[in-house]
Design a protein around this ligand. Structure first.
Ligand code: ZN
Ligand code: MN
Length: 434
């Protein structure tokens, strides 16, 4: 797909921070489904004279995310005004961070062996939302001023697969840390890949292209992959024809499977950044950083290894546990296993049975026990037998090739899974029948 070119890809990922209040006012940040313009006040409406007060919870969550990626946390940090005009930004500027972001640097190893390198993680406010209805535009300010984390990587990705893997890991880790619900359908996590191509010679000389194209507001990993591929093809064609590629923002259009031009991209100096005069600079001491470090739980890539090593889950099950909605259920998993539910069973129920996900630990355990009482029910027992057989393909092969002794082992496995509740003679019949 790249032909003789090499891909240069960087990411900007915006996430809504999970806090009770908005970034600079006391409005309730949980606005989903609320009638338009009901979560507003003079500050998040951008009325003149309203004063912003930073949300410390959002600051701490941004720093926690920084620690997860090995960023350096800034001792001195501050907010800046980023000026641009848009109807959904009536102040004429967004309060963001420019010179002294909360978190600097950081990296993450990817399964390809490449390293994703972070530039920074900073905190800002989201804008309002415009609705275009025929000839008129309506604005809902409920989203205005919701805390927003922006994570920026260096142009370090050389394949779309690496970029998607990194984005998914960000998605996993913010949910594990409780930094963001990151529901992509609700726009709580949006990805903006910066894409350009260069020659192999430029790559060798470590020279970057003199342009980049930013694809805005991607809200699914599938679209991200499609958008990057469409953009690679478009840029390759232009470069092959000897054209230069303008620096601009584009959007991905699923119906045509192409990217379309939105606006030419501003340079940083167009924003006229300057320190936000209404908010004093922030100073953090070692004690604050230490307390955050102590809050940092095991990270998804660490949890995955532990599920295999300490709980005996297969690598496939462990990987799917940490890369989806279930990552938030790791605590439940550990607690129910602690109370005697076999690890494989607990994982299976949490991964595959939605009703179990919403149960308290006590109810979970009670429900599992209740189901064990009716182990005579051969349909359920049949399912466990099937699982044991598919978990032990080697033993099944041996049995099929005439090794009768292995049957006792398989029965034993089923008895263990049912915690002794099944009738061994029924189990034997079911195994032979399968
Ligand atoms: Zn407000
Ligand atoms: Mn931003």
């Amino acid at each position: 797909m790249l032909g003789e070119y090499k891909l240069v890809l960087g990411l900007e990922i915006h996430m809504h921070v999970k806090t009770a209040q908005k970034m600079f006012c006391g409005c309730n940040a949980d606005f989903y489904g609320a009638p338009a313009n009901t979560h507003t006040c003079p500050t998040c409406l951008g009325l003149p004279g309203a004063l912003p007060v930073p949300n410390f919870e959002a600051v701490k969550k941004t720093q926690l995310l920084g620690l997860a990626f090995g960023c350096k946390l800034s001792k001195h940090s501050r907010f800046d005004r980023k000026h641009y005009f848009y109807p959904d930004l009536p102040k004429g500027y967004q309060i963001s961070q420019y010179k002294n972001p909360l978190c600097i640097g950081g990296d993450l190893a990817l399964s390809s062996g490449n390293i994703a390198k972070l530039e920074r993680i900073h905190l800002e406010e989201d804008t309002a939302k415009s609705f275009h209805e025929g000839a008129r535009t309506l604005i809902d300010f409920n989203k205005s001023g919701v805390p927003l984390i922006e994570l920026v990587t260096k142009p370090c990705f050389t394949s779309v697969e690496d970029a998607v893997e990194f984005s998914k890991k960000v998605w996993d880790v913010v949910r594990l840390l409780g930094v963001s619900d990151a529901d992509m359908e609700k726009g709580q996590l949006r990805i903006e890949p910066n894409i350009s191509l260069r020659t192999q010679k430029m790559e060798k000389e470590d020279r970057l292209p003199d342009y980049k194209v930013e694809v805005k507001n991607i809200n699914s990993f599938r679209f991200m992959e499609k958008a990057v591929k469409a953009e690679i093809l478009r840029q390759r064609k232009m470069l092959d024809a000897g054209e230069s590629i303008p620096q601009e923002n584009r959007g991905y259009d699923e119906s045509t499977k192409t990217t379309v031009s939105q606006r030419s991209k501003e340079e940083a100096h167009d924003y006229r950044y300057f320190p936000e005069p209404d908010i004093p600079p922030m100073e953090f001491d070692e004690k604050h950083f230490k307390a955050l470090q102590e809050q940092l739980p095991k990270l998804p890539w660490e949890v995955e290894a532990r599920l295999v090593k300490d709980y005996g889950l297969s690598e496939r099950v462990a990987a799917s546990f940490v890369s989806g909605a279930t990552i938030a259920l790791i605590n439940t998993f550990e607690k129910v296993v602690d109370k005697g539910v076999p690890a494989k069973k607990a994982a299976n129920l949490l991964l595959n049975n939605l009703t179990f996900r919403n149960l308290s630990v006590e109810d979970f355990v009670a429900k599992v026990r209740a189901s064990e009482e009716v182990m005579g029910d051969s349909k359920q027992l049949g399912k466990i037998v099937k699982e044991v057989l598919s978990d032990n393909p080697g033993a099944v092969e041996k049995y099929k090739s005439g090794n009768e002794a292995v049957l006792q082992f398989l029965i034993g496995q089923v008895m263990r899974e049912t915690r002794g509740k099944a009738d061994p003679s029924v189990v034997e019949k079911l195994i032979i029948g399968a």
